[in-house]
Design a protein around this ligand. Structure first.
Ligand code: PEP
Ligand code: MN
Length: 341
């Protein structure tokens, strides 16, 4: 439930409400505006009728509203305004779109620095690249691991780009968090609950990719896991879901999910048309469509020699095509009113 306080209440009244809820087994999350306070209370829902009456009789409480969705903190009911996540001097979920671009995997120091430089020179601010790669085959390349993280840190140092990189193992979160500006949870781990709980412990934005066959509710509930541990900096990333098609597209990129998530949640939503389609020719049209659908940004795989990439070469954009796409995105962004800060 959400307890809406009357404007300009003193701390004593707010604490009275908080105590009442806590004594009845609720967990409390506050959302404070300039002069209004919302208190979300989670758990103990069998007591809803009793607690609603008790709270509404406290002078200072405007009203008590149930949240019917199973997710609470992620819901629009809890927070009406869009969440804007700060990464250094950047905002994700604000007016300005953010593009995250780079190779699928960090393959070598030279490869990463070359791609990072072209990403930076094209005006993009966030570099992607996996040091830990979730691969279907145990015999495939699984990433350079800590060496890869070191190369990412060097690329950040040299280019000023921020880094988003995947963490797959709860035991590695501490290490990856030392290098990453944004921690990525891959599609295969969207419901790895111990991992979600672990990434929540670090005060870092988390990019949460949609699971291979996750429903929208399952996906938002995964975000709720992270938020319920006190980290509200979650960015949702649509990356395509399984369908019966296996030849012409790798996944089915669900763009309808963008306006749906915008209605249901206040979290930033970005789209990854690279994994979403698996084909470089489809990346630009789907990237344009994603921005037109209201996405807050894109994640795009870029490689200077896709034919030599150790993974996902067929979906990587070459530099020229990537730069062309950025120009198109800029035009659509301006139509959507998504320029400036
Ligand atoms: C990735 O972005 O590197 C990746 C592995 O994507 P996904 O988890 O969406 O398959
Ligand atoms: Mn990839």
């Amino acid at each position: 439930m959400i307890v809406v306080m009357k404007p300009n209440q003193g701390e004593d009244v707010i604490q009275k409400v908080v105590k009442k809820l806590q004594n009845n087994g609720y967990r409390i999350y506050e959302s404070r505006g300039v002069n209004n306070v919302l208190i979300a209370a989670v758990g103990g829902d069998d007591k809803y009728d009793y607690i609603k009456q008790a709270l509404e009789s406290i002078d200072g409480v405007e009203r008590v509203i149930p949240i019917f969705a199973p997710y609470k903190l992620a819901s629009r009911e809890f927070r009406k305004e869009d969440t804007v996540i700060r990464v250094g001097d950047l905002s994700i979920g604000g007016k300005q779109l953010q593009i995250m671009a780079g190779p699928c995997a960090v393959e070598s120091r030279e490869q990463l620095l070359e791609i990072a430089t072209l990403v930076r020179d094209s005006g993009v601010r966030i570099l992607r690249g996996g040091a830990y790669k979730p691969r279907t085959s145990p015999y495939a390349f699984h990433g350079l691991e800590e060496k890869g993280l070191e190369y990412l840190a060097e690329a950040r140092e040299k280019t000023g780009l921020y880094i988003v990189t995947e963490v797959m193992d709860p035991r590695k979160v501490e290490l990856v968090a030392q290098y990453a500006d944004i921690l990525q949870i891959g599609a295969r781990n969207m419901q790895n609950f111990p991992l979600l709980m672990e990434v929540a412990k670090y005060n870092k934005p988390v990019l949460l990719k949609r699971g291979l066959s996750a429903t929208i509710e399952e996906w938002i509930m995964a975000a709720e896991y992270i938020m319920s541990q006190g980290n509200h900096q979650v960015i949702l990333c649509e990356r395509g879901i399984r369908s019966f098609e296996s030849i012409y597209t790798r996944n089915l990129l669900d763009l309808s999910v963008v306006p749906i998530l915008k209605e249901l949640t206040h979290l930033p939503v970005i789209v990854d048309p690279s994994h979403g389609t698996g084909k470089w020719r489809l990346v630009a049209p789907m990237a344009r469509a994603a921005i037109a659908a209201g996405a807050d940004g894109l994640m795009i795989e870029v490689h200077h020699h896709p034919e030599e990439a150790v993974c996902d070469g067929p979906q990587c954009l070459k530099p020229r095509v990537f730069k062309e796409l950025l120009k198109e995105v800029e035009k659509i962004a301006s139509v959507m009113g998504r320029t400036g800060d």
